[in-house]
Design a protein around this ligand. Sequence first.
Ligand code: ATP
Length: 199
Amino acid sequence: LYLKALEMYGFKSFADKIRLEFNPGITAIVGPNGSGKSNIADAVRWVLGEQSAKVLRGSKMEDVIFAGSDRRKPLGIAEVSITIDNSSGFLPVDYSEVTITRRVFRSGESEYYLNKTNCRLKDINELLMDTGIGKEGYSIIGQGKIEEILSVKSEDRRHIFEEVAGIVKYKSRKEEAEKKLEDTKQNIIRINDIIEELQ
Ligand code: ATP
């Protein structure tokens, strides 16, 4: 499972459509200050459903759309697609490649697609839950994040490791099951009371 390609159009400084292809192993992106290296990481965060403009280093969501330059007019739409290699079948879908697309218009509407089929953000979140890829999956470590991880309380740090290890799903299911069990216990007590009253 690895990030195979990133395509974008109208996202931040990338007014023209570009396609970056990645291979397994290490890829380094180099370039002068302000050339758009961090914008590439922002694009990956954004397509995975990031809702916070601040995390994307802007003040409102519209800031991800190309705002124009001396020579070019602003655009009205931004679109980013990432293609994840799934030949190992790690993601629970019958496709060897999964392409996630997000599109936003200046009006603020966002659209999401899974392999070109319109879907909800929830579908993408469910597909990526506990895979380590989602926006909470710590697959993208921004500047300053390592320091933050080291300085948080030990319980919070434990939560981070649990998320990375993919056990949060089981913990939340366990909590749900425990709650149901407790509700059922209370119901039994109530029923026994009623039976006693009737006898
Ligand atoms: P550094 O090495 O300094 O961290 P970088 O290569 O990571 O730089 P980025 O921060 O990715 O660079 O890119 C910043 C550039 O993107 C700035 O020139 C900024 O004007 C441009 N930019 C950001 N948002 C938009 C937008 N919506 N429209 C046009 N350009 C944008």
